[in-house]
Design a protein around this ligand. Sequence first.
Ligand SMILES: *Cc1c(COP(=O)(O)O)cnc(C)c1O
Ligand code: SF4
Length: 373
Amino acid sequence: MMNDRVFKHFGVYPNDPLWDDWHWQYRHRITDVDTLAEITTLSEQEKQEIEICLGNYSMAITPYYASLMSVDDSSCPIRMQSVPSIKEQIVHEGEMVDPLAEEASSPVPNIVHRYPDRVLFLVSHQCAVYCRHCIRKVRVGDEGFLLSEQEINRGVEYIAATPAIRDVLISGGDPLALGDDYLESILQKLFAIDHVEIIRIGTRIPVVMPMRITESLLDMLKKYHPLWINTQFNHPNELSHQAVAACNAIVDAGIPLSNQSVLLRNINDDYETMKSLLLGLVKARVRPYYLYQCDLNEGIGHFRTKVDVGIKLIESLTGNITGFAIPKFVIDAPGGGGKIPINPDFIASRTECEMVMRNYQGNLYRYIEYLTE
Ligand SMILES: *Cc1c(COP(=O)(O)O)cnc(C)c1O
Ligand code: SF4
């Protein structure tokens, strides 16, 4: 399933030390149409369309992620997630630049404080791969931009001055696209705050550049327990041998690893693909956490499904696979309401003292409710 053209283009093969060097992977990301055309078949029209897209949103694809891409199938799930489509240029009714109103919930720059006890801390604008379905695609891609120490400190000071915050979610951009030392300096500052009980990192690195999960990174991260990591696998083809090894290394470092998938049209919106993704994740010791309905951001309309698709998926998975392999299906409410679970309804009918429920096979069961003395 590997794309040999990638290895030939770079002259580097999976058993070369260079291939496993994340700095090499990062430096050799595919960011222009000509290189892309060498590793996957593009028509003249597609090339022109990608050029247009690059005027609005960045493209970057690690050689590793590109090696998972089909040479000539434009419906390849890896390709669809990483190669720009002209459909990104279309703005649909109801779409917004900032549908989650993150700007409005931001007390200081780079902090989103929406829930009582936890905040999102956006510490970078760079990612190893720029996902075409990213909800921050307007913000990310500013290569060479690093938050100044002063800007980081401002976020840290807000957290330190707000005792209700017990959980800090570091995101971006991708925090693991940063170097160990820079990342550690942020962790150190957060760890020093008494009321910060847990730190979480949101990262797509295990999916798009698993060689970044080095022993030295994990040795550093281990010092900041309890630390949790959330990643984002969206398709079973992403669960390569190397990606699974990276997940195992993270878990072996004592870091609980969860997954937040996005429900993506023609990528993972059918039962068999979703089931295979979820079962693959638990085999890799990754706990499926959320399945997101696509947000109403501009530029991602072609990935969006009807909400019913997600509800039906969760409904048909329930009872048929390991309970903890099934994520919570959520919509991040437009306007800044936070994540709202959208569940299939297993209650067939209810009265004051009786509830009729439907099990996963569609059979009905009665539960009588009354309070004893
Ligand atoms: C998703 C999110 C969180 C974390 O939510 P959990 O449900 O605890 O995983 C925190 N803050 C913001 C702004 C978020 O979008
Ligand atoms: S890694 Fe995350 S922040 Fe970066 S482009 Fe992908 S979805 Fe967006």
